[in-house]
Write a protein that binds this ligand. Structure first.
Ligand code: ASP
Length: 325
């Protein structure tokens, strides 16, 4: 009997090591985020570029910490985007662009890859963090998308942080608005998005924006349109887009990444590349970028604009930030 004790201990030790190894294998996570596509990122002076990268690093660390600690991809996506919404560098929350009426209307969406549940808000005017309101639409209502006054009313009922329009004002966006009004051009830099795979194997995606500078009052872009600017399905991938939203809506871009994986068995990198070079024609205003993470933790971050503020990390030790190619 005594002779069996060491054998039993060895067995227990081996079983524990095996369980631990399994646990580590299962503890795979991956996260990617963007702060908008556009070559203007490269025109920032070195102090502004450093500030942008510091903010991306902070956002990535917030998301990575949640995932490392076994938190959910939904929480990582929401908290990363809240950070970016609070930073006036980006065109989401504080620092949102001006519309043609000189105001700010914010769009956002979030999606849960477990069951395709999703929530979105469009054209909100008083909500400090639209991504959190989008999540409340998903979790607390039977709807997917609330817009305009109804969405602001829902924000009041949910007791989220409310602000007045002055909160969103920044000199930089005001100056850009004046320039864009004269040129009648599109300006769309600084939308934010995040995609994540958590250690439970669940994907989530979210996007938040002030939209296009000088957009018509009432215009809604792709960011709050599930399937256009945001998509997540545990079977394929989680996607967040940035660019001239009308093209992303016309081509159901975020869904197309997932569909190409599901129906064509296309690797995600190839799917995103084809979309950005073929479906979206950069010469016809099809400018933008796409980030995606797959069910097995592959990350891709691509753009056809020369630059995209972006960052990514995963459980293999990846931790990257970049603006240009
Ligand atoms: N897609 C956003 C919109 O059209 C803008 C952007 O991504 O920069 O509202």
């Amino acid at each position: 009997m005594k002779a069996l004790i060491p054998v039993a201990l060895i067995f227990v030790f081996l079983a524990a090591s095996w369980a631990n190894a399994q646990g580590q294998q299962d503890a795979r996570y991956a996260i990617a985020l963007h702060g908008g596509a556009g070559s203007d990122w490269l025109k920032l002076d070195s102090a502004e570029q450093a500030a942008t990268k510091a903010s991306l690093r902070r956002a990535l660390t917030i998301g990575q910490t949640i995932l490392k600690d076994g938190g959910t991809s939904l929480d990582a996506v929401e908290q990363v985007i809240r950070h970016l919404e609070n930073d006036p560098i980006f065109n989401a929350g504080k620092g949102a662009v001006f519309n043609s009426a000189g105001g700010h209307e914010l769009d956002s969406s979030i999606m849960d890859g477990r069951d395709r549940s999703c929530g979105a808000v469009a054209g909100v005017k008083t909500v400090k963090n639209p991504i959190s309101l989008a999540r409340l639409v998903m979790e607390e209502t039977r709807h997917v998308l609330l817009s305009g006054d109804g969405a602001d009313q829902f924000a009041k009922e949910m007791a989220v942080d409310l602000v007045d329009q002055k909160y969103f004002w920044t000199q930089r966006r005001y100056d850009t608005w004046q320039r864009v009004k004269r040129k009648q051009a599109d300006d769309h830099q600084g939308t934010v998005g995040c995609v994540a795979l958590d250690t439970h194997g669940n994907l989530a995606a979210g996007t938040s924006t002030g939209g296009l500078t000088n957009k018509l009052y009432g215009r809604v872009g792709d960011s709050p349109i599930v399937g256009a600017g945001t998509f997540a399905d545990n079977k394929t991938c989680a996607v967040s887009c940035t660019g001239v939203g009308e093209n992303y809506i016309r081509n159901a871009i975020a869904y197309d990444v997932s569909a190409r994986m599901a129906y064509k068995h296309q690797p995600v990198k190839e799917a995103v590349h084809e979309i950005l070079t073929k479906t979206l024609d950069a010469s016809k205003n099809g400018l933008g970028g796409i980030i995606a993470v797959t069910h097995d933790g592959k990350i891709t971050m691509q753009f056809n604009t020369g630059a995209m503020a972006r960052a990514s990390a995963d459980s293999t030790g990846r931790f990257e930030l970049a603006l240009g190619e």
